[in-house]
Ligand binder design. Structure first.
Ligand SMILES: Nc1nc2c(ncn2[C@@H]2O[C@H](COP(=O)(O)OP(=O)(O)O)[C@@H](O)[C@H]2O)c(=O)[nH]1
Ligand SMILES: [Mg+2]
Length: 198
């Protein structure tokens, strides 16, 4: 089965691990080691079709920017998480999005499967980012926006179903491009030959 690769990115403390683990095994732990980077695989069904999703829960350590670039290169889809209770984390996903565009679009990708997630929706009184701001960003980036709570398990599954739908759509577009223009693939391969020195 085709394995879709997606990365969960965003500032430290926004709930990337809580969201990922909630989706993978349904549990919620108050504390995860923030430095741990882990990848998980889950088989589930989206629109009555089975799929296999590999999720990389990044540690989001800002000083390792080159590492972030490597995750972006290796991933096909992105879940960009910010905390609804911390405005600076909303600004941070804009910077991550710019890095994704810089890396992904020159590789010949027309669109990048992406979901924006505003997490901690259960902390109603502490909200610093309005729903309309997330929705506007999603409109600008032509992607989708969800408000989640890993604590109450709100909207967690829809986030991952959505990224799978986008990944399938992007596969389909690529297949159609290939059928229309067989030399397209060769050009893409030539363009993407790169050497990364870390
Ligand atoms: N109230 C609330 N707290 C959350 C939620 N998601 C995560 N947290 C808490 O936020 C802190 C950071 O979560 P974590 O998943 O480790 O963040 P990461 O650094 O982005 O992986 C932990 O104390 C979590 O318990 C949520 O939806 N609601
Ligand atoms: Mg974490």
């Amino acid at each position: 089965m085709r394995v879709f690769q997606c990365a969960v990115m965003g500032s430290g403390g926004v709930g990337k691990s809580a969201i990922t683990v909630r989706f993978i095994n349904g549990s919620y732990l108050e504390w995860y080691d923030p430095t741990i980077e882990d990848s998980y695989r889950k088989q589930f069904s989206v629109d009555n079709q089975p799929c296999l999703l590999e999720i990389l829960d990044t540690a989001g350590i800002d000083q390792y920017l080159t590492l972030n670039d490597m995750f972006i290169r290796e991933s096909e889809g992105f879940v960009l998480v910010f905390s609804l209770c911390q405005r600076d984390t909303f600004e941070e996903i804009i910077r991550t999005y710019e890095a994704i565009r810089r890396i992904k679009l020159p590789e010949g990708n027309q669109i990048v499967p992406l979901v924006i997630v505003g997490n901690k929706s259960d902390l109603i009184d502490e909200r610093e980012v309005d729903s309309t701001e997330g929705e506007k960003l999603a409109m600008d980036w032509k992607c989708t926006y969800y408000e989640t709570s890993a604590r109450t398990s709100t909207n967690i599954v829809p986030v991952f179903e959505d990224i799978v739908r986008q990944l399938r759509r992007s596969d389909l577009i690529r297949r159609q491009e290939r059928e229309r223009d067989p030399s397209h693939n060769k050009r893409r391969r030539m363009k993407s030959k790169k050497c990364v020195v870390l």
